[in-house]
Write a protein that binds this ligand. Structure first.
Ligand code: AMP
Length: 352
């Protein structure tokens, strides 16, 4: 494979949700085709050149998919390793396997981040109720999180001194990490990109508000003291450079009065980066496609103040009203069924 990819080349995308959908649109704007691989419902398939609807265990389907594309990227990090091994024997995967491996496992991720000298919440591996009991010694409040397959607050149990460790362990029942509770004043994220040439570009950090463990809004500027902004960007830059990363990454940070604490990294475009669609000449989706196609990174400077709000479940009822509002950019994902907690779309409000 030679990079940069020529116009008409095909970008394979593992995962057919809204992130895959918006990546496909960005790819087509740059003259590329996209091929979505998705075992379930695939809103991305509506806007892609091709779709493979098959399980990740289907070797023949994976092989045919890999053979039909020029590079493979992904919109979620829990793709089974065997599928990735097969794909990588046929076509390059960007971002690379190491980034995926590190972010698939909370313990590996924390060890990696600590190894870079970055601050994370105090943590300890927990593989049993006895481990949990030992790790809780001297802890006030903490959160038990499964090492794998946790997202949007799932696979997590809060636990306080005096609580029964056996009950908390029974709720997760899988290899986990106990994290000390961080008394943060704010949650921010940095959407950072690294190109094939090693150039790094970060978007302005956004302030994130969650409800029920799900991101509700991201606002830029984040309103934090100006001195924190370069620190946040430098943390994100160090992470992508250490991983020899190519693509866009979301880096979530807790802000405390003393320091920035890395919560987690996502080796993909990120929900908290959707504001870039209304705030920058080159948004996170185009930036990711540029990177994986081997093109130079684009201009991600922010030219507007923006609040992104997720439309979750019944928020869809607000769509008619939103369509009439000024300075409002609506994105709907084309999901057939509204369900509580399901991300159906988002709005970017430009604040002048
Ligand atoms: P996560 O899935 O790890 O991003 O956690 C979901 C949300 O739970 C975060 O966005 C925080 O609001 C909260 N949270 C997670 N870990 C901690 C922690 N160690 N201390 C305090 N709050 C946390």
């Amino acid at each position: 494979m030679t990079f940069p990819l020529n116009p008409g080349a095909t970008i394979g995308i593992l995962g057919g949700g809204q992130l895959g959908r918006m990546l496909s649109v960005a790819a087509s704007r740059l003259g590329y085709r996209s091929h979505i691989y998705e075992p379930g419902a695939a809103p991305a398939g509506d806007v892609a050149h091709a779709v493979t609807n098959a399980p990740y265990e289907d070797e023949a389907a994976i092989r045919a998919f890999a053979a039909s594309v020029d590079v493979v990227t992904y919109e979620f990090e829990n793709v089974p390793a065997a599928a990735l091994d097969l794909i990588e024997s046929i076509v390059p995967i960007r971002p690379n396997r190491r980034a995926l491996a590190v972010s698939q496992d909370r313990l590996d991720e924390k060890d990696f981040l600590t190894g870079l000298g970055l601050t994370v919440a105090p943590y300890a591996p927990v593989d049993s109720a006895a481990d949990l009991s030992a790790a809780m010694q001297g802890q006030g409040r903490a959160i038990l999180k499964t090492r794998r397959l946790g997202y949007d607050g799932k696979g997590q149990v809060r636990i306080a001194a005096g609580d029964d460790p056996a009950a908390a362990w029974a709720q997760v029942g899988a290899p986990s990490v106990l994290e000390g509770f961080v008394d943060f004043t704010a949650e921010i994220s940095v959407i950072v990109a690294r190109g094939q040439d090693g150039a790094v570009a970060a978007y302005d950090p956004g302030l994130n508000l969650h409800r029920d463990g799900i991101l509700r809004t991201t606002t830029v500027p984040c309103g934090l003291p100006a001195r924190l902004i370069p620190d946040a960007v430098l943390i994100a830059s160090r992470i992508v450079t250490a991983l020899d990363y190519v693509g866009v990454m979301g880096v979530e940070l807790f802000v405390t009065p003393r320091e920035l604490v890395v919560n987690e990294i996502a080796p993909r475009v990120h929900n908290s980066g959707h504001w870039t669609q209304a705030g920058c000449a080159v948004d996170q989706f185009e930036q990711h496609i540029r990177a994986v196609a081997g093109l130079p990174l684009g201009d991600g400077r922010r030219y507007a103040d923006v609040t992104m709000e997720n439309l979750i479940g019944d928020d869809m009822d607000r769509v008619p009203a939103l369509l009439g509002q000024p300075d409002t950019q609506l994105h709907l994902y084309g999901k057939a069924e509204v369900k509580p907690g399901r991300k159906m779309g988002h709005v970017n409000r430009i604040m002048r």
